[in-house]
Design a protein around this ligand. Sequence first.
Ligand code: RP5
Length: 155
Amino acid sequence: MGSTSDWGTMERAAELLARLEIPHETRVVSAHRTPDLLFEYAEQARERGLSAIIAGAGGAAHLPGMLAAKTPVPVLGVPVASRHLQGEDSLLSIVQMPRGIPVATFAIGESGAANAALFAAAMLATGDPDLAARLDAFRAEQRDAVLGQTLPPDP
Ligand code: RP5
């Protein structure tokens, strides 16, 4: 993520990765404050064996796009809600990548962070039957939770 201030959002991704027992790391790498670190992280991503990078940032959110420009590892972008534009700026600056360097872009905020983790899990699960089973169990749990919901009686 671009800043520690993004953690409240990106924590939702980390929680799900942990729950699905997917090895992961969390890092603050800022595209504009630590550009050299950004290049280093991206350049080493493939050789370090990373399968995906979930990149969350807010405002003029160039972190996901710049990572994608520097590594062939798939980048999943999460627009973090910004103070003044509530994340619309983050969303548009992540989703509107020019042709040739893709960033898979998710919803603004915590739902986007959670779904980025679930999407990464789904990609990894295509080659990992144990993970596929854990993902199925997660979905079944969600289904059962909804089926168990009740509303107050009609007035
Ligand atoms: C972006 O600027 C970060 O991703 C964060 O969402 C936003 C604000 O950063 P801070 O000023 O809170 O560090 O780079």
